[in-house]
Design a protein. Structure first.
Length: 63
């Protein structure tokens, strides 16, 4: 079973950018989706925003 939410460290692994850049990107996505700070970004939401296939994202989430 895979995780449903994305963290900054995941964004770092997927994109190759810094963890801080991952945090900024997740905050930007939250703002665009109208989410509050305590809410999470799902893999589907990240896939829609980034244009990366959900299957590719889930490969990076396997622990």
């Amino acid at each position: 079973m895979n995780r449903a939410c994305i963290y900054a460290k995941d964004v770092q692994r997927i994109t190759g950018k810094s963890e801080k850049s991952g945090q900024r990107l997740l905050n930007k996505i939250k703002k665009e989706l109208g989410k509050e700070n305590h809410q999470f970004i799902t893999t589907d939401e990240f896939a829609d925003y980034s244009g990366i296939a959900v299957d590719v994202i889930r490969e990076y989430l396997v622990e």
